[in-house]
Design a protein around this ligand. Sequence first.
Ligand SMILES: Nc1nc2c(ncn2[C@@H]2O[C@H](COP(=O)(O)OP(=O)(O)O)[C@@H](O)[C@H]2O)c(=O)[nH]1
Ligand SMILES: [Mg+2]
Length: 306
Amino acid sequence: MDSIVDALLKGERWAIAKAISVLEDDGIQAREIVEMIFRHSGKARVVGVTGPAGAGKSTLVGKMIGVYRARGFRVGVLAVDPSSSISGGAILGDRVRMQEHALDEGTYIRSMASRGASGGISSALRDAIRVLDVAGFNRIIVESVGAGQLDVKISSIADVTIVVLNPQTGDSIQAIKAGLTEVGDIYVVNKADISGANLLYNDVRSLVVDGRDAVVLKTVASTGKGVDELVDAIERSLEKKLSNGYKERERKRVESELMDIVLGMLLKVAQERIRREHDMVDRVMKREIDPYRAAESIVSRVVRDG
Ligand SMILES: Nc1nc2c(ncn2[C@@H]2O[C@H](COP(=O)(O)OP(=O)(O)O)[C@@H](O)[C@H]2O)c(=O)[nH]1
Ligand SMILES: [Mg+2]
């Protein structure tokens, strides 16, 4: 593990790939990596990109990479949406070629698989962000499918959350009603080249901006139109957040991470415990004891014995 971490801190690509794979496997080595890199992490800014499937998130992320690279940033991308294929056309080229030949050492793109019992995708994602962070990437973009669909509450992980919406589908407003109005710092009406974009833009403005400090923008991700302005808005939002209430948000983020990890650990303990409680299960089956009473006594034993 030491040699991986040493190479990671030098930004070597093989070490990044290896470390993230180890994290996905979620064994004892994953814990070792986190333990070794944690104190070096916390420098990168994390940009979450969420929204319904097909809205153009991956296309947009591809173009954002180009803008960020042109501004001198080193960009890591983690795609939690399993169907994602991020390609910024001329800028990025094919993702696989990109990774193998390291055409641009200032970009690293990786899709993330979910992992075992101890934390699910949120924990794997937080740790992968740390890996890219200590490897020297200073902007990390995370693409995920809309809130709730995957076990990722992106806004509790990212510094800035972008919600991408699609004028092509009627479900955009549904998506907004489904809770996306609360999570975004920036709302992007993508596919502004398609009719209906202005309508959606006005809807989103009235739904989101009233009473909230959110920005609404239009983009054409396929051509890159509006992406410079989007990156401007992201950077402005980051600055504002850093100078305003940063500590409280950081506290909330740590609390939310601890909650995920603690629940994961308790889940594992509970599963193991219940498998060993044959007598208790028998007694419930015989109707000698009700399931709540049985659960209470299992919980008290878990608390007592760990
Ligand atoms: N007309 C138009 N199509 C777009 C635009 N952005 C993305 N698309 C297309 O929309 C489809 C879904 O894009 P993708 O980036 O995979 O969406 P994701 O599922 O949100 O990641 C693809 O066929 C894209 O080429 C845009 O600005 N205008
Ligand atoms: Mg995608």
